[in-house]
Design a binder for this molecule. Structure first.
Ligand code: UTP
Length: 415
């Protein structure tokens, strides 16, 4: 009864009609029970408060934006490069380095049936899974150091079981099983453009992972930070699952962070044109910050420096490094939610599944980079698009498996 009241309070007409229709049909009583049970757990007041806040426009005060210093990896003075390299190597050799892969996304644009990391690409006649490519990158470092980098993989409630099964069925790609830890992020209900909750085909409230910002708290809550401390980890890399040129243990980036005595560091690539849809690093109100392309004031996007180059062009590519203390600190912070517009199927009021062709619903997400302003400094290393960035986002066209494969092959032909 309370659930119905809550649904009425928030004008959930579609779900109310679905409940009404299910209650008229005896054969559907189990479905009705399932649906009511899954709705019972939702704190509607809290959910709609977050949802309404996330829809509010982010106000950026242009006067508070400044450039952040960065170093260009390819242009480093050789002595400095060697110093960074050696500092990074020392940490890797002493086994104080861990890697986190955020693989809890929905991958709606790719449309692959399964977690994105289980997507495979045809590389010169043999199929390689994305997870396998990431594992090979870790192995490359392990072979040089004689240590095994502990690998933490973030899943979502939706894709946790399929991800774990996938690894099991592939014998963990011969990575030491004890050094792979799966941990689950949180999820949040999806809400469509008419402010209606979505119900999935199993008569459950449809939920989705709640963004990359979830990683900090989830690492702590699932005991991963504790585990890292027990293993003597000092530095943690956090990256996404969908960039097949991601360098998860870049000694120069690590050494630079140590040398600069910062708690967070990030590798960037240069934004190629003013309208490119990337988040950009800047200093905002004296703290490091990434501003999403959609939130960046247009004049700032086009602003040039004295060399007639774009003034703000260090793009965030999910290639981030933290001290273990920084992660402990961020785990206690509450990051804001944003809304992402996504394609999600749902049941209509008659219980028929509707599979939309276009995005129809909002996913509530916090962003990992909203943790950066909690620090005074960040060390930025500008990498190279051709060497560091081959994203797989879309089914076809730009940033698809086809474009990523070309970049991957080109890189590996020369390295
Ligand atoms: P994206 O923002 O590109 O989202 O994630 P996505 O879910 O993979 O794909 P679309 O937008 O639905 O098509 C970037 C990285 O962050 C991870 C993803 O798995 C990917 O590695 N991610 C994203 C999470 O781990 N959890 C989330 O809640 C969101």
């Amino acid at each position: 009864m309370e659930t119905l009241e809550k649904l009425k309070k928030y004008n959930q007409t579609r779900t109310l009609k679905l409940i009404e229709n299910l209650s008229k049909d005896k054969a559907k009583s189990a479905a009705l029970t399932e649906l009511l049970k899954s709705l019972e757990t939702v704190d509607f007041d809290e959910l709609f408060k977050i949802y309404n806040e996330s829809k509010q426009e982010v106000i950026i005060d242009e006067t508070k934006i400044k450039q952040l210093p960065y170093l260009v990896k390819k242009e480093l003075n050789p002595c400095l490069a060697k110093l960074f390299y050696d500092l990074g190597t020392e940490v890797l050799n002493s086994g104080q380095y861990a890697v986190v892969t955020m693989a809890g996304g929905q991958g709606t644009r790719l449309g692959h049936d399964g977690p994105k990391g289980t997507y495979s690409l045809d590389i010169d006649g043999s199929r390689k899974f994305i997870f396998e490519i990431l594992k090979e990158n870790l192995e490359e470092t392990n072979q040089k150091t004689g240590k095994i980098i502990p690998w933490y993989i973030m899943t979502s409630p939706e894709n946790d079981a399929p991800t774990k099964n996938f690894f099991k069925n592939h014998d963990y790609f011969n990575y030491s099983k004890e050094d792979i830890t799966f941990f689950k992020q949180n999820h949040m209900p999806l809400i469509d453009v008419y402010d209606q909750l979505l119900i999935d085909k199993n008569y459950h409230l449809k939920e989705a992972s709640d963004g990359t910002g979830s990683v900090y708290r989830s690492l702590k809550n699932d005991g991963c930070l504790e585990d890292m401390k027990k293993r003597g980890i000092k530095w943690v890399f956090i990256g996404g699952v969908d960039n097949i040129l991601l360098k998860q243990a870049d000694r120069i980036l690590l050494g630079m962070a140590i040398f600069k005595n910062v708690e967070i560091a990030s590798k960037t690539i240069v934004k190629s044109y003013p309208e490119e849809k990337v988040g950009l690093f800047c200093q905002y109100d004296n703290h490091p910050r990434v501003i999403e392309y959609s939130e960046m004031p247009i004049e700032i996007s086009y602003e040039e420096d004295e060399n007639h180059e774009l003034k703000y062009k260090e793009a965030h590519i999910m290639c981030n490094l933290y001290t273990i203390d920084a992660l402990e600190y961020l785990a206690e912070k509450t990051l804001p939610y944003h809304i992402a517009f996504k394609k999600n199927s749902y049941l209509d009021e008659f219980g028929t599944e509707i599979v939309p062709k276009e995005p129809n619903s909002y996913k509530l997400e916090s962003f990992l980079f909203d943790g950066f302003p909690y620090f005074d400094n960040i060390a930025l290393l500008r990498g190279d698009r051709e060497e560091d960035f081959a994203p797989i986002k879309n089914k076809e066209g730009k940033d698809s498996s086809e474009t990523a494969k070309v970049l991957y092959k080109r890189y590996h032909a020369t390295h």
